[in-house]
Write a protein that binds this ligand. Structure first.
Ligand code: TRP
Length: 422
């Protein structure tokens, strides 16, 4: 844990209180008592895994830009506390830390995904945490006119999940489009969300900008609510996300809170989930700019060792011979050092030291080896799985079936508390 500040200690205390609240409720200790085979239930959860977040009631203030740095710092602190709690308690109470996360099926996963999220998911799974991975296929159509090669992308994601060590027995992998009850939750959730809130969501604004001048579709405007349904349908408590997703998590928390207040007479039907932020720094592409498919600056997990070597050979560096780690002044070199460091489990400064006067060429050699060695097993497993497309489809079908059971149960509870169980 990186948090040593007084605020961190406060957070830890707040969590302790929240976790103890669970102890009073026998159901919370074993929410799956009546259904041991399933990870999610519609039981009422009474304890949040709150990590010291201050709740402001029903008035959601949105993400104020000037506040963004502070919000992020606070989120990082809560994440550190949460991470520690998972270490200490996940083995005994896996349901308290149920993870829901996902990746849009818009293209192949790259080294950034691997280092910042895939490895972490496997780590959480292996600690005994119940994990759900949504492949949000409906989200893909929020910012483009067609659907593109969506099926292919979904298949590719599953290959990378499995190759990375996601175990489909323990982790439920499912897609939006296959889980109708999840999508239906969006209706009551939309009623709990204002148009103004959606319009000021900074991620929605960014997405709109990226969509190349398309008019704002209703689905893009409301996708944070869809994401809330992704998280709440299975009572996800821990959501590993990048910084850009924090506004959606706040929206999800507001929806959970409002649902309980307005539709469930204060009963805790939904718990407010917590973000788990990665401490892996944002990786840039091999040209020093943001990784993007269209810039051709990405190292994909499915690339061959030769393709990887070629991409790194073509990476931009600078004219100084001696290699040093100076992220501000030498961002391209620093990015390569970070990349190698993450694969080697070594500090970038130490790699810089090692390469020293060897210059860019020696640095690229080190990076190429680090990446190719680090991905060798992953790529071998991926290639093997690729030969068995039926298995991959079966994994998704099983996951979808499991997610449907969970979603239908949650929807049944929602209808019941809303007086709509006819
Ligand atoms: N919006 C996320 C992204 O663009 C993907 C996503 C969809 C997601 N539903 C989710 C992430 C639920 C976390 C939890 O990356």
């Amino acid at each position: 844990m990186t948090t040593t500040s007084a605020r961190g200690a406060d957070s830890a205390a707040a969590v302790a209180v929240a976790v103890n609240a669970d102890a009073d409720n026998p159901d919370a200790d074993n929410p799956d008592a009546d259904n041991p085979g399933e990870a999610c239930t519609d039981h009422v959860h009474t304890g949040d895994v709150h990590t010291g977040h201050v709740h402001t009631g029903d008035v959601h203030t949105g993400q104020v830009n000037a506040d963004e740095g502070a919000t992020y710092a606070a989120a990082r602190e809560r994440s550190a506390v949460l991470d520690q709690l998972i270490d200490e308690q996940a083995a005994g109470h896996p349901e308290r830390f149920r993870v829901l996360t996902g990746d849009r099926p818009t293209g192949p996963l790259h080294v950034g995904h691997y280092l910042a999220s895939l490895r972490n998911r496997v780590r959480l799974q292996d600690k005994g945490v119940e994990t759900f991975i949504v492949i949000p296929d409906y989200q893909v159509i929020t910012d483009r006119d067609g659907v593109g090669a969506i099926g292919e992308h979904v298949h590719g994601l599953i290959l990378d999940y499995l190759a990375a060590g996601i175990d489909p027995e323990r982790t439920t992998i499912f897609s939006h489009s296959a889980v109708p009850a999840l999508n239906q939750l969006m209706l009551p959730f939309l009623a709990l969300t204002t148009e103004a809130e959606l319009r000021r969501n900074p991620t929605v604004k960014d997405e709109l900008e990226l969509s190349g001048g398309r008019p704002l579709s209703g689905l893009l405007l409301t996708y944070p609510v869809h994401q809330a349904a992704d998280i709440l349908f299975c009572h996800g408590r821990v959501v590993p996300v990048g910084r850009d997703q924090l506004p959606h998590l706040e929206q999800t928390r507001a929806i959970a809170r409002r649902f309980n207040q307005r539709y469930a007479a204060g009963q805790r039907i939904f718990s407010e989930p917590e973000a788990l932020l990665s401490d892996v720094p944002l990786l840039l592409g091999t040209d020093g700019a943001k990784m993007s498919k269209s810039r051709g600056n990405v190292i994909n997990l499915r690339d061959t060792a030769d393709e990887t070597a070629a991409r790194i050979r073509g990476a931009r560096t600078d004219s100084q011979r001696r290699i040093t780690f100076e992220p501000k002044d030498r961002p391209e070199v620093a990015n390569l050092l970070v990349l190698a460091g993450l694969f080697l489990g070594e500090a970038p400064e130490s790699i810089a030291e090692r390469v020293g006067e060897g210059g860019a060429q020696a640095l690229k050699q080190v990076v190429t080896e680090a990446v190719n060695d680090g991905l060798r097993d992953h790529r071998a497993r991926r290639a093997e799985l690729e030969r068995d497309p039926g298995y991959v489809v079966g994994v998704l079908r099983d996951g979808n079936a499991r997610a449907n059971v969970v979603a239908e149960r949650t929807l049944a509870t929602v209808r019941e508390v809303m007086g709509m169980a006819y």
